[in-house]
Design a protein around this ligand. Structure first.
Ligand code: XUL
Ligand code: MN
Length: 343
């Protein structure tokens, strides 16, 4: 019997509703006010960007970062929450406009590595060994802007510098094919794990799969997860949903395609993912949502995830095996649909 699922959320998922075409329309909720209701909704852990933990982190000294992070740790402890992971938010700083680790300017590459080392320190102070790298601007708007071979070597150099900074840290690369860049260098988990294999310590580099990112790459998120699981490299998931090839929508889990959601839960459940990893939701409330009900996307995602766990556990294994033995996938298809519809 595997452990109960533990759930994680990021403070950015409780947002003000701004989008590229309109300003925020909900008031800002302070970090401390975000965490208590989420704990009550059944969340166990937080994921943090470096500047969620320490605002204006780039302007702070190493000792300020240490003291502010430890204060935050006490606040989380007091609420009974742990930190799942932290991630450096390089993409908002003007220095990282053309990427951090893959910037053409060596000074920018150095800045990106130094800032990431501070994020590793934040991980350590918060008691987690998991650093996530979403390689936001590590790509190009036009192909001629960078030397792509050099760029991949720069990524390996950055990974090695991070691994060397802390002997315990594990890096989970979160692939995404595009947005904000036209083309990202690490679009899939295959790319991420190839990079991991070239690192100084491959055992400390793995992956995080986000549903929407896999769909944007034209792939099935459950297969992306399975690929990482087969290599013992699935260290976290960002579950959400995505309606086709558009901007990154971060819809509530299961909202667009319940069958695709079912298959993600099935692959996690079969691999006993709950024993080693947490289930995180990287979801965005609709802009139309009023402030007092702007956490429903998180609660609903968790609710649907647990309902789908039940669906996975209660699907008749004999029927499944019979269909597979007979290679009658039409029958299996119908049985799954009927099971999902409760008929
Ligand atoms: C961006 C994305 C990020 C990462 C964390 O699409 O998913 O929120 O998950 O840096
Ligand atoms: Mn994500």
């Amino acid at each position: 019997m595997s452990k109960a699922y533990r759930f994680s959320f990021g403070p950015w998922t409780v947002s003000e509703g701004g989008d590229p075409f309109g300003p925020p329309i909900r008031p800002t909720v302070e970090f401390a006010a975000k965490i208590k209701p989420l704990k009550e909704l059944g969340f166990d852990a937080v994921m943090l960007h470096d500047d969620d933990a320490v605002p204006e982190v780039d302007r702070k000294s190493a000792s300020q970062i240490e003291s502010e992070t430890k204060e935050l740790g006490k606040l989380l402890d007091g609420e009974g929450l742990v930190t799942e992971l932290a991630a450096p938010r390089l993409w908002e700083d003007p220095r990282g406009a053309d990427g951090g680790y893959t910037a053409n300017d060596a000074n920018v590459r150095q800045w990106a590595i130094e800032r990431t080392k501070r994020c590793v320190d934040i991980c350590r102070y918060l008691g987690t060994d998991l650093l996530v790298l979403w390689l936001a601007r590590e790509g190009t708007y036009i192909r001629e802007a960078k030397n792509a071979v050099d760029a991949h070597k720069h990524l390996i150099d950055a990974i090695n510098a991070i691994l060397e900074h802390d002997a315990q840290i594990r890096i989970a690369i979160e692939p995404k094919p595009n947005e904000p860049m036209d083309q990202a260098y690490i679009p899939t988990i295959g790319h991420a794990l190839a990079l991991a294999s070239q690192a100084a310590d491959p055992s400390r580099v793995g992956g995080l799969i986000e549903t929407a990112h896999a769909i944007l790459a034209g792939l099935d998120p459950s297969d992306e997860m399975a690929f990482a699981l087969a290599m013992n490299k699935l260290w976290s998931v960002h579950l959400n949903d995505q309606n086709g090839l558009k901007f990154d929508q971060d819809k509530a889990f299961g909202s667009t395609n319940l069958r695709v959601a079912f298959n993600q839960v099935r692959v996690l459940e079969r691999a006993a993912f709950a024993d080693s990893g947490m289930v995180a939701f990287d979801v965005k409330a609709m802009r139309t949502q009023k402030a007092e009900v702007a956490t429903k996307h998180l609660a609903n995602s968790r609710h649907i995830f647990l309902a789908l766990v039940e669906k996975v556990r209660t699907f008749d294994p004999n029927l499944e095996q019979q269909c597979i033995t007979n290679r009658d996938y039409e029958q299996l298809d119908l049985a799954i649909l009927e099971h999902l519809m409760g008929s």
